[in-house]
Design a protein. Structure first.
Length: 102
């Protein structure tokens, strides 16, 4: 899982909504120190979030994910192959010719 994900609109912070009855944009979706997952604003992520990454959380970015550069695609393919994850390597290649990545 990536440390960031792209969304069309930022959700409201769950903690602000339920504890303070106010709307604040959430810039993170992640696991809290209590073990529950929540959409969190910056201050709540700093005090109650467990970090970014697999099993922890993601930073929310409004917009479309940019297309990876050729160098980023090649690096992703090589990393997947080194890890023995052929499905991830195939996904990173997309419709490209496998010979371009070797």
């Amino acid at each position: 899982m990536s440390t960031e994900t792209y969304v069309s609109k930022l959700p409201d912070c769950d903690i602000c909504k339920y504890e303070q009855d106010r709307k604040t944009e959430a810039h993170y979706d992640g696991k809290t120190v209590s073990g529950q997952w929540a959409a969190m604003c910056d201050p709540h992520f700093a005090t109650r979030g467990t970090g970014l990454g697999t099993g922890k959380g993601q930073r929310l970015i409004v917009g479309e994910r940019p297309e990876p550069t050729t160098a980023e695609r090649i690096a992703a393919v090589h990393a997947a192959l080194e890890a023995g994850d052929f499905d991830a390597a195939e996904e990173a290649m997309g419709d490209g010719d496998p010979a371009e990545y070797l």
